[in-house]
Ligand binder design. Structure first.
Ligand code: OGA
Ligand code: MN
Length: 304
């Protein structure tokens, strides 16, 4: 593993030590106690490290909901969890994920993220970042996979880059939800109210980091259903080809969770996906905060 000391970077005076998680992407941040107040210069350094590496991992943290929220807020406005049944009791900013029950009631979302996706790409202004904290992690299974979408873009042949630079993908919550119901019969039908809340949206196939300008491929098989400019089979096969390309081994890091891990990812820089575990033997409990998207950041991610 290569050690990187951010002291070397002129924009990073805070000197937070990081080390690489994998050749594909990601860094572990060493010696930052997220539960304590974090200095502005440390936040700026973490922001830069996230911009460069797509995900930040903080191990051995002890976060209660308040400290999880306080740290997350340093990176933007947090979003309330849309599905009230998965809000942590009394705390609408914390999304409970996993097969976890309290007083006989399932309080965690059991079905999150089983296809490659970028959080909320079905919204006009998708979530900027997600901070997922492992409260209770199964000893086997339940890894989360992350794919580097900068590298996916950079590895495309110039011809393909040119072909797709002006194209847009259609992202659809309702189609995603129908697929989820096909896989999990316990999911209730989509209500008209919820369908109306999430009309289909389009996003460019290429976006850029608003601060560094680095381009990323922005497409995912979880929510994208087609290419706006190429209806029909041509669009469908392009979508499949790009999604397969983006998950080549060399772009992917698999995170094996330990209790106390906090993982912060940039939804523009990476796609991610959950993997199964033995739900009869193990309990998994994760808490997530979500940094909301907004028109300004979104506009800054568009390529002129
Ligand atoms: C998420 C997600 C996958 C997992 O929290 O957004 O997709 O492995 N999680 O928990
Ligand atoms: Mn997700």
């Amino acid at each position: 593993m290569s050690m990187t000391d951010l002291r070397a970077r002129p924009t990073d005076p805070a000197a937070v030590a990081i080390r690489s998680l994998s050749p594909a992407l990601g860094v572990e941040v060493l010696e930052v106690d997220v539960a304590r107040p974090v200095a502005d210069r440390v936040v700026a350094t973490l922001r830069a490290a996230l911009d460069d590496n797509g995900i930040l991992l903080f191990r051995r943290q002890r976060l209660d909901p308040e400290s999880h929220i306080a740290f997350s807020r340093r990176f933007g406005t947090l979003q309330e969890v849309a599905q009230k049944q998965y809000q942590l009791g009394g705390q609408p900013l914390i999304y409970v994920i996993g097969n976890v029950a309290e007083n006989g009631r399932a309080i965690g979302d059991p079905s999150v993220g089983r296809l490659w996706h970028s959080d909320q790409s079905f919204l006009p202004y998708p979530a900027i970042g997600s901070l997922l904290y492992g409260v209770q992690c199964p000893p086997e299974g339940a890894a989360t996979l992350f794919a580097n979408m900068y590298k996916a873009w950079e590895a495309l042949p110039a011809e393909m880059q040119k072909r797709i630079a002006s194209l847009h993908a259609v992202h659809s919550f309702s189609e995603y939800y129908e697929g989820l119901r096909d896989r999990d019969a316990t999911q209730p039908p989509l209500t008209d109210a919820r369908r109306a809340l999430y009309p289909d949206v389009v996003h460019p196939l290429v976006r850029r980091n608003p601060r560094t300008g680095r381009k990323a491929l922005y497409i995912n098989p979880g929510y994208a259903t087609g290419i706006q400019e190429l209806p029909g089979a041509d669009g469908a096969s392009l979508l499949t080809e790009l999604c397969q390309h983006a998950t080549r081994d060399e772009f992917v890091y698999a995170h094996a969770w330990r209790d106390g891990d906090l993982l912060f990812w940039d939804n523009l820089a990476v796609n991610h996906k959950g993997t199964p575990f033995d739900t009869d033997r193990f309990v998994r409990r994760m808490h997530r905060t979500t940094v909301a998207g907004n028109p300004e950041v979104y506009a800054a991610s568009l390529i002129a």
